[in-house]
Write a protein that binds this ligand. Structure first.
Ligand code: HEM
Length: 441
C-alpha cells in the first residue's frame, strides 16, 4: 500500500488573516462551558473524555483550562492547515516522552530537528526501505514458528505480546544488525513501563516513579552496550547496514552526535518504531477475531490485508492526539489563535467524523483503497506535513509481511474479550489479548 500521507499532498500557504481584531479562540461559539471543564477536572477522567465532550464534528471548538486556551482541531481542512500548510508554525512543545527520548528526533524542533530528520530520511524512503526486508522476514518467521507450536498444543496466549516481540525484533535488527535475544528483549520491553508512567496529557512532566526509572536505567545500559559493540565493529572497518552504523558515520563529521545524542536517537527510533506498530497489530488481531469472515478473505488475498491494516489504523490510530502550539499569533478559518494556545489535533475524532467517513464506527476494510482519495487531513494515522511519520513505509511493510505470513496459515479465536481502548501516550487495548490460534484446514 502506498503510504497514505504527505506524498500526495501539496502544502501551499496559510490563508491571509481576515482582520487583526477578529474573534479569538476564547470566543468560539461552541467553546465548552467552564463548568463542564471543571467537572471533568474534578472527575480525574483522561483528556480524551474532555475532547469527546468538546467535539462538534466539522467545527472548530475548544475549552479553557488552567488559565490557558486550547483549540480542538478535527475537521480535515483545519487539520491540513495546522499540520500541513502550517506545519512549521504550529510547533511541538516539550514532548511528553522527553524523559525517555531526550533530544531524539520526535521531540526536537527547528534546525536541530531538520538535520536529524535529513540524516535518517534515506533508509526510510524510496529504495532505502529494501535494506530492511530480510530483517522483517526473519522476525516474521520467529512469530510464525511460535504460532505453529501453539496451534499444535492448543494453548491460548497473549497476541499483544507476540505483536510486541515482533516489532521490537524488527526494529532491533534494523538498528544493530542483530536478531533479538530474550535478555535484550527484557530490557527493551521495559519501555512500555516507562511509557505507561509518562503523562498522557499535554504539557505533563515531572519525575518518573521508581520502577519506571529502573526500567530506564536498564534500557540505557543496553543502549550504551549496543553503541560500544557497534563502535568496535565500525572502527575495525566492518560493514553494517544498521541505523546505528549510520549514526556512527555521522559522529565522524558532526560533533553533535556524541554518545548521548546517539543514545537519544536510538531510543527514539526504538520507541517510535515498535510501540505504534505493536499496538496497531494488536488491534488488527482483535478485529480479525471479531470479523472471521474478513480474516478468511484476508488469508487468500494480500489486497484484503492492506484494507484491514488501513481500516484498523482509521478506527484505532495509535497516535490519537497530535498536540501542537501556536508559536506566534495565527489564524484558523477566521478565528484568531493567540501565540501559546494549545492546538490539539485529534486523528481519532477526525477518523470518526460521519461527514467524512460514512458509518464511521463500523469496521469496513473494503473502504480501502478509496475510489476517490479522502480530502487532505481526513486520514492521518501517520500524521501529515513535515512532521509526518518517518517510518510509514517501514511500518506498513512489517505489518503486511507478518500478516501475510500468519493469516494464510492460522485463524484466531479470542479466549477473553479484548480490553477497552486506553487513550494514553498511545491508543492501545487495556491488558493482554488472549487467544488461541488454529491451523487453517
Ligand atoms: C503503525 C505504525 C506507526 C504509526 C501509526 C505511527 C504514527 C506516527 C505519527 C502519527 C507520527 C507523527 C507525530 C506528530 O505529528 O506529532 C509519527 C512520527 C514519527 N514516527 Fe511513526 N508511526 C508508526 C511506526 C513507525 C516506525 C516503524 C518508525 C521507525 C522505524 C517510526 C518513526 C517515527 C519517527 C522518527 C517520527 C517523528 C518524525 C518527526 O518528528 O520528524 N514510526 N509516527
Amino acid at each position: 500500500m502506498q503510504s497514505p500521507n504527505v506524498s500526495s499532498l501539496s502544502f501551499g500557504t496559510l490563508p491571509a488573516p481576515p482582520s487583526p481584531d477578529g474573534p479569538a479562540v476564547g470566543r468560539l461559539p461552541d467553546l465548552l462551558d467552564d463548568d463542564v471543564v471543571a467537572a471533568w477536572a474534578a472527575s480525574g477522567a483522561p483528556l480524551f473524555e474532555l475532547l469527546r465532550r468538546a467535539w462538534v464534528p466539522g467545527r472548530l471548538t475548544g475549552f479553557r483550562r488552567g488559565g490557558r486556551d486550547a483549540v480542538l482541531v478535527t475537521h480535515p481542512r483545519h487539520v491540513h492547515q495546522v499540520l500541513g500548510v502550517g506545519g512549521d508554525r504550529f510547533v511541538k512543545r516539550t514532548h511528553r516522552a522527553r524523559p525517555l527520548i531526550g533530544d531524539g528526533m520526535i521531540g526536537a524542533t527547528g534546525e536541530e530537528w531538520r538535520s536529524q530528520r535529513k540524516l535518517l530520511q534515506a533508509p526510510f524512503t524510496g529504495r532505502g526501505i529494501q535494506r530492511w526486508e530480510h530483517h522483517i522476514a526473519g522476525a516474521a518467521r520467529v512469530i510464525a514458528d511460535r504460532w505453529a507450536e501453539r496451534a499444535r498444543t492448543g494453548e491460548p496466549a497473549d497476541l499483544a505480546e507476540d505483536a510486541q516481540f515482533f516489532t521490537v525484533d524488527t526494529i532491533w535488527r534494523s538498528l544493530t544488525d542483530h536478531p533479538l535475544d530474550l535478555a535484550t528483549y527484557g530490557d527493551l520491553a521495559g519501555v512500555q513501563d516507562i511509557v505507561a508512567a509518562l503523562p498522557a496529557d499535554v504539557g505533563g512532566g515531572g519525575e518518573l516513579p521508581a520502577p519506571a526509572a529502573a526500567a530506564l536505567a536498564a534500557l540505557d545500559a543496553r543502549m550504551h552496550r549496543a553503541i560500544a559493540d557497534a563502535r568496535a565493529r565500525h572502527t575495525a572497518g566492518a560493514a553494517g547496514t544498521g541505523l546505528l552504523f549510520r549514526l556512527l558515520d555521522a559522529a565522524e563529521t558532526d560533533p553533535r552526535y556524541d554518545d548521548r545524542l546517539i543514545r537519544d536517537e536510538l531510543v527514539t527510533l526504538l520507541v517510535a518504531g515498535y510501540e505504534s506498530s505493536a499496538r496497531t497489530l494488536t488491534w488488527v488481531f482483535v478485529q480479525l477475531d471479531r470479523h472471521p469472515e474478513v480474516a478468511a478473505r484476508a488469508a487468500g488475498d494480500p489486497a484484503v490485508i492492506e484494507g484491514v491494516i488501513a481500516e484498523t489504523l482509521r478506527l484505532y490510530p495509535t497516535g490519537w492526539l497530535l498536540p501542537r502550539q501556536a508559536e506566534a499569533d495565527e489564524w484558523l478559518d477566521g478565528v484568531r489563535i493567540p501565540a501559546g494556545t494549545d492546538v490539539l489535533v485529534c486523528p481519532y475524532l477526525t477518523h470518526r467524523d460521519p461527514d467524512v467517513w460514512p458509518d464511521p464506527d463500523a469496521f469496513t476494510p473494503d473502504r480501502f483503497p478509496p475510489r476517490t482519495p479522502p480530502p487532505p487531513g481526513a486520514y492521518l494515522p501517520f500524521g501529515i506535513g513535515p512532521r509526518a511519520c518517518l517510518g510509514t513505509r517501514f511500518a506498513m511493510r512489517e505489518m503486511e509481511v507478518l500478516l501475510g505470513a500468519l493469516l494464510p496459515r492460522f485463524s484466531i479465536a479470542a479466549t477473553a474479550p479484548a480490553g477497552e481502548p486506553v487513550f494514553g501516550l498511545n491508543l492501545r487495548p487495556d491488558g493482554p489479548f488472549l487467544a488461541r490460534v488454529r491451523a487453517r484446514g
